[in-house]
Design a protein around this ligand. Structure first.
Ligand SMILES: *Cc1c(COP(=O)(O)O)cnc(C)c1O
Length: 498
């Protein structure tokens, strides 16, 4: 299968080239050029999560050998990295509603599912090139991506990972997760300013042609671990099938029955994987897009107008605080039957005026598949509290946005189909908000996020994920703080090119 850019279809590349490049040279995103096979339930392989992952990966990464795919899948999904043998287990809330727990990996957030696998795919892809280069992964993070990328790329031969986080812009637990990071090829630096400052610095490095030449001369190549990379998308298709298979095997569903998926959405990567799962033949009824108060994507799905000219809110679900959802471009390309001229025009309008509006037929196609709404912080806390009170099950703030929006969907649409809500982070990753929702204020008071780990574990009778248990004892090894304008020099120093 070949891949081409959403902005122009001339440049066909292999799957491995698409993963190495990340972004296409014309600024677009890579998508499969042809139709993928359609699967029926009987065709899914028997066996564990890894067997399913290898099967689905092979459909998309067809220039990888069976051996390369097996190696990548086994290196990613094993009992050292994941604390549940099912990798993405389902939790049954009621006969109809299930949570898919996507946070059993090494950083307790769903990004691990893709970022544990992608580095191994990248490594295999690089080996196919005649000239071996060292890959340098640069990531600006608002929290979850940075830690997940660090764990995914640590000690992978031929790769370096450099993460920049905003000095005051991440939670206490997220900061400690990063500043205590181990590994011989990792570099973590705080940047003065907010996430946008760090992000702008990374973008400047990527567009610096002189720097790229200097790096190439010394055998380095820059890439990104961001969800614009096709290599982050494919691993996410797998767990939609895994959830469905588990429901059929548990006899909650008959093969072919349609189900809903609810996805707490930020950059539109996770829910787009659900769309591709449907294209592959998974019986999807509705993909329910759940946004927080930064509801730009939900508004878009409801009106056809994408308008990023609005206030930016910091919410209790920070990993979804985003006003430009990059992966939406891929969906629009698919819904317009690969009309790259139209995509170019909309993206130009977005760049120049911050907004665009799609045509009525495309909007109709969008609304046939997707349903969307948002939940604010108050809804979020109430949903965590009510879920815990009614069932004893703790959910994090992002997952709570999903559940709150699902409840609106069920009330309005009266749809009683089986529904899987994507649980995107462990409640122990956001202890401050979760404690506030489920405990009396005299029990959380002025306790730190770290102290609240034990309080919540005792309250809910559940185990703290092992990567978070040890945090307080771990040594802080990354203490550097730099200004955004120092990022280029910092990079050169990190690569010993100064
Ligand atoms: C990244 C993230 C999301 C948003 O996922 P997208 O693929 O960007 O839509 C939701 N929840 C958590 C916990 C995340 O880390």
């Amino acid at each position: 299968m070949r891949y081409y850019s959403t902005r122009g279809k001339s440049d066909h590349v292999t799957a491995s080239e698409a993963i190495i490049r990340g972004l296409a040279p014309d600024g677009g995103l890579y998508v499969p050029a042809g139709e993928t096979a359609s699967l029926t339930f009987d065709e899914l392989p028997a066996g564990d999560y890894r067997a399913l992952a290898a099967y689905i990966l092979a459909l998309f990464q067809d220039d990888f050998t069976e051996d390369e795919i097996e190696t990548a899948v086994f290196s990613a999904y094993n009992s050292k990295s994941f604390d549940h043998p099912g990798i993405t287990p389902l939790y049954r809330l009621t006969d109809q509603i299930f949570f898919l727990e996507l946070w059993h990996g090494p950083t307790s957030a769903f990004k691990d599912i893709a970022l544990q696998l992608m580095p191994h795919l990248m490594r295999a892809a690089l080996r196919k090139k005649e000239k071996e280069t060292e890959m340098v992964i640069l990531t600006a993070t608002s929290g979850d991506t940075g830690k997940s990328a660090l764990e995914g790329f640590r000690d992978i031969p031929g790769m370096k990972i450099i993460v920049y986080f905003p000095e005051g812009g991440v939670s206490e637990i997220q900061k400690l997760q990063m500043t205590t990071q181990e590994g011989g090829n990792v570099c973590v630096t705080a940047v003065k300013g907010n996430f946008d400052d760090a992000q702008r610095g990374v973008k400047q490095i990527f567009s610096d042609r002189n720097l790229a030449r200097l790096l190439a001369k010394n055998g380095f190549r820059l890439s990104s671990a961001n969800s614009i990379n096709w290599g982050r998308l494919v691993p996410q298709i797998v767990y939609y099938f895994a959830a469905y298979r588990d429901l059929v095997e548990g006899e909650a569903l008959g093969p072919g029955d349609k189900i809903n998926f609810v996805v707490p959405t930020g950059n539109f990567g996770n829910i787009l994987a659900g769309y591709y799962a449907g294209r592959l033949g998974l019986p999807v009824n509705r993909l329910i897009c759940a946004a927080n108060k930064n509801s730009v994507v939900a508004d878009f799905i409801n009106t056809g107008a994408y308008d990023s000219r609005r206030p930016f809110y910091r919410t209790l679900s920070p990993s979804m605080d985003i006003l430009v959802s990059s992966n939406l471009e891929r969906l629009l390309f698919e819904l317009t039957d690969h009309d790259s001229e139209l995509i170019n025009e909309w993206m130009r309008q977005l760049r120049e005026s911050g907004a665009y509006r799609i045509d009525a037929p495309t909007l109709q196609k969008l609304q046939d598949l997707f349903w969307a709404d948002y939940a604010d912080d108050e809804d979020t806390l109430q949903t965590i509290a009510a879920t815990y009170r009614d069932t004893g099950y703790l959910i994090d703030t992002h997952t709570a946005v999903g559940k709150a929006v699902y409840e609106k969907y069920r009330d309005r649409e009266q749809d009683r189909s089986h529904t899987v809500i994507m649980s995107t982070a462990s409640p122990f990753k956001f202890t401050g908000s979760v404690a506030k929702a489920v405990l009396d204020s005299n029990r959380y008071g002025d306790k730190s996020e770290l102290d609240l780990l034990a309080v919540l574990a005792r309250e809910a009778g559940s185990n703290i994920p092992s990567n978070l248990v040890g945090l307080a004892q771990k040594e802080v090894v990354h203490r550097q703080v730099i200004a955004p304008e120092e990022m280029r020099d910092h990079l050169l120093k990190a690569l010993s090119l100064d």
